[in-house]
Design a protein around this ligand. Structure first.
Ligand code: AMP
Length: 282
């Protein structure tokens, strides 16, 4: 596995691969890798000649009171894991490499998509995500880019940006990888105390329960939200940020369940803000 830290070195590898007709699969991450990230790399390995994965904790997607400094990092372990997944190229840039002094251009989206759900409590988050992903797409020129369903709003935002800005690539979405008890894997699970970790399973449990209710015919979004709220609030350390039922493409609120929908939830457990969702065709 080759490790590169500069845009110039990355572009050189990409240029050579393209020159011999190789397809490129790209997995952007913020590191502190877990099985969720690795599942994207495995899928990229199956689909492409050259697999590029990036590790970059992107400062522009963190708000001033968020966990940028505390975000867990372990570069050596990440490199070992990527190597084991047969990633060809690890891109590991510094902040200055991607945002040099004088940097001024950002990708900002109009409409509700970046303002609802996580966008309400994280108003600059998706501007940072869209900007860094656009920059990385321009550097890596992938044929396919891999994202996790765990970040369903991010998937909707990236898909919209790819359409709007004519990126010539396929967005591949991979299922959420979970711990044995159902908790969605996340680098932020590392902040949980043992008690919080045990209680955090309530998030995925609440989603499974409402999925069963929908299977039995429940179609009212307000009823679903109420059930989940009660279930999650049964854990004293859980502070719900949002629970929402939205259309899977537009992320617009849904009152009666119909078509492709996402039930999305964000809950603060101590220092960790955890998100999860399920996508259902009704
Ligand atoms: P992050 O490092 O959190 O920015 O995540 C990098 C990529 O991994 C994103 O596309 C995430 O959606 C994806 N990802 C994170 N956690 C999971 C998970 N538990 N299952 C599947 N994909 C995930």
């Amino acid at each position: 596995m080759q490790i590169v830290e500069t845009n110039t070195a990355l572009k050189e590898v990409v240029r050579r691969a393209r020159g011999v007709g190789q397809t490129i699969g790209f997995v952007p991450t913020m590191g502190y890798l877990h099985e969720g990230h690795l599942s994207l790399m495995r899928r990229a390995r199956l689909d492409n000649d050259l697999v590029v994965a990036s590790i970059f904790v992107n400062p522009t997607q963190f708000g001033p009171k968020e966990d940028l400094e505390a975000y867990p990092r372990n570069a050596q372990r990440d490199m070992d894991l990527m190597k084991a997944e047969k990633v060809d190229l690890a891109f590991f840039p510094s902040v200055e490499e991607l945002y040099p002094p004088g940097y001024t251009t950002f990708v900002e989206m109009e409409g509700l998509m970046t303002r609802v759900l996580c966008g309400t409590s994280r108003p600059i988050h998706f501007r940072g995500v869209a900007t860094i992903v656009a920059k990385l797409f321009n550097l890596v020129c992938p044929d396919r880019a891999y994202f996790g369903q765990k970040d369903a709003q991010q998937v909707a935002v990236i898909r919209q940006m790819v359409r709007d800005l004519d990126f010539d690539l396929e967005v591949v979405v991979c299922s959420t990888v979970r711990e044995a008890d159902g908790l969605a894997m996340s680098s932020r699970n590392a902040y949980l105390t043992p008690e919080q970790r045990a209680d955090a399973v309530v998030i995925s449990q609440s989603l499974t329960e409402v999925q069963e209710q929908i299977g039995r015919g429940e179609r009212n979004a307000a009823t679903i939200i109420k059930m989940m709220t009660e279930r999650i609030n049964s854990k004293p350390e859980a502070a719900i940020d949002y629970i929402a039922v939205v259309d899977a493409q537009t992320l617009g609120q849904v009152e009666t369940l119909k078509g492709e929908i996402i039930i999305a939830v964000a809950v603060q457990f101590g220092k960790s803000r955890l998100i999860d969702n399920i996508q259902i065709k009704v």
